[in-house]
Each structure stands twice: as C-alpha cells, then as structure tokens.
Design a binder for this molecule. Structure first.
Ligand SMILES: [Zn+2]
Ligand SMILES: [Zn+2]
Length: 99
C-alpha cells in the first residue's frame, strides 16, 4: 500500500508548500530578498525547503519548511555554512520546530 501513502503525503506536501509560500509573501525567509520573478501563475517564485530532510524522517509540516529564494536554497543544500543557516532559521522564524 505504499502507493497510497505516497499519494496522501503528496497532497499534504502541496498544502504545506502553499501555506509556507503564502506566509513568506514573496520574500525569502532566509535573506529577505524579493522573489526573483513572477511565475506564469502570477505568484512570486520561491522554493520550499525542509530543514530536516524528508529522507531523514523530517516531517511534512509548516514547522519544518521554509520559503527560500533559489540562491539561498542552493546554499542550504551545498553551502559550507549550511548548518549555520539552518540554526539561523530556527532562531528567526518562530513557527519552526527543531526535529
Ligand atoms: Zn534568500
Ligand atoms: Zn531544499
């Protein structure tokens, strides 16, 4: 039944994404920059990142997700200071819960 589980977490994930993007209202929650462009749907383009990776059993909730500009998003994945960035997010974004 893993197919079913995948489907429901997909829908849950898209709800969380929508909420986080709305909360960010077009500004990166890490650096505060405006989204780099407006999408064809008319929404500011930001990417949702899970602070604890889903692969590491991170939860699909608004307490584990942030909206980032593409530059910050890359840095969270590849930057030498990614742990510092994560710690900064836990401090600056009140809804987040460390997992
Ligand atoms: Zn940013
Ligand atoms: Zn990410």
């Amino acid at each position: 039944m893993s197919g079913l589980r995948t489907t429901s977490s997909y829908f849950r994930g898209s709800k969380v994404k929508a909420w986080v993007l709305k909360e960010a209202s077009g500004q990166c929650e890490c650096c505060g920059s405006d989204a780099p462009f407006i999408t064809a749907e008319g929404e500011p383009f930001l990417e949702v990142h899970h602070l604890r990776r889903l692969a590491d059993n991170g939860s699909v909730t608004i307490t584990n997700a942030v909206a980032l500009c593409p530059n910050c998003h890359r840095e969270f994945h590849y930057g030498e200071n990614k742990k510092v960035l994560v710690a900064k997010m836990y401090e600056s974004v009140g809804r987040l819960r460390r997992e």
